[in-house]
Design a protein around this ligand. Structure first.
Ligand code: ADP
Ligand code: MG
Length: 319
């Protein structure tokens, strides 16, 4: 006998809450933000075949579904509080549910982010999470805050998730251990929550890289009414990606997508504080260019010569 809707919610998605006043089980969940704080809210949906491959391990899928949402809180400098999970699945598959819940809740515990509610229905596999975080009034890192003359930074490394996707597609061949490393970047991204929190009051703007560096950076520049120079060779990348042909390194780092790193701006006078924030958050941060008053995004090679910018942003309705 397979579990019914309410049994599966009780078995896999009902946990005691400590931060929230009321969790799963009633018509609404209840929680309060601390005094002086604003609520930061974001939703991300993952659709099978579109955002993940049907072969992904359930625990990694659970991890990723929450990670991409926490990444949005990170980009705002918000501290995670709680999340809801809307889940459609074709049938009750307990092997799937056990792994999915394990990966999901392990990351939730790591960030003290409580599952407080959701919805469960039958249908094609589809996961939608809404996260709630808090940030002091007026302190959120926004896309619109960049200033001309700011330095431009990115956390971690870029491009591995895209390299993994290309390996899955068979357009590149990777040795077993190299494949496993980039696959981890694709299937188990680490949201930069600690860095986002540490950058409050230091960074002027931030965004997380989900659709590719250049595309996401363009959102910041448009919102801020500015331009930028980006040094293509300064973009941080893994040893695995570094061993690939240069054109592939460029496309993966500049427009790969699914990176979940933070791109942010800060005035040169804050350089030491940026380095301290990175150290406190235990993540590397690399300066990749600067923000300029002149509109447009200029891509430079290592000698400062202009490179053609033919890299588009990922668009679900054009891809
Ligand atoms: P309603 O009929 O009021 O929409 P449901 O019967 O759908 O409520 O859900 C019952 C309870 O279980 C609610 O508290 C809801 O938030 C919670 N819930 C449903 N699905 C999930 C899920 N996938 N994860 C966490 N909580 C869930
Ligand atoms: Mg419902």
């Amino acid at each position: 006998m397979s579990l019914g809707e309410f049994d599966l919610i009780a078995k896999y998605f009902t946990r005691t809450v400590t931060r929230a006043a009321l969790g799963v089980g009633d018509d609404c969940a209840l929680f309060s933000t601390s005094p002086g704080m604003q609520l930061a809210v974001s939703s991300d949906m993952l659709v099978e075949g579109r955002h993940f491959l049907p072969t992904v391990a359930p625990d990694r899928l659970g991890h990723k579904a929450l990670a991409v949402n926490l990444s949005d809180l990170a980009a705002c400098g918000a501290k995670p509080i709680a999340f809801t999970l809307a889940l459609a699945m074709p049938r009750v598959d307990e092997r799937f549910l056990e792994g999915f819940a394990r990966g999901l809740l392990a990351l939730a515990d790591e960030h003290e982010c409580e599952l407080i509610g959701g919805d469960t229905t039958q249908g094609p596999l589809n996961l939608c999470i809404t996260v709630f975080g808090e940030v002091p009034q007026g302190a959120a890192l926004l896309r619109s805050g960049a200033k001309a003359g700011d330095d431009l930074y990115v956390s971690g490394t870029l491009g591995d998730a895209r390299l993994a996707l290309e390996a899955f597609r068979g357009t590149v061949a990777l040795a077993g251990d190299a494949f496993e490393r980039v696959r981890l970047a694709m299937e188990r991204p680490q949201p930069r929550v600690a860095l986002g929190l540490a950058l409050r009051g230091i960074a002027t703007s931030a965004i997380d890289v989900s659709d590719g560096l250049l595309g996401d950076l363009a959102h910041v520049l448009r919102r801020s009414g500015l331009g930028a120079e980006v040094r293509a060779d300064a973009l941080p990348r893994s040893d695995v990606l570094r061993a690939m042909p240069e054109a592939l390194q460029r496309s993966c780092t500049l427009a790969g997508g699914d990176d979940y790193e933070l791109v942010f701006t800060a005035p040169p006078a804050h350089a030491a504080q940026v380095a301290a924030a990175a150290q406190a958050a235990q993540v590397s941060v690399t300066r990749i260019g600067n923000v300029s008053a002149a509109a447009g995004l200029r891509l430079l090679d290592r000698d400062g010569r202009a490179l053609p910018n033919t890299f588009g942003s990922f668009d679900h309705f054009k891809a």
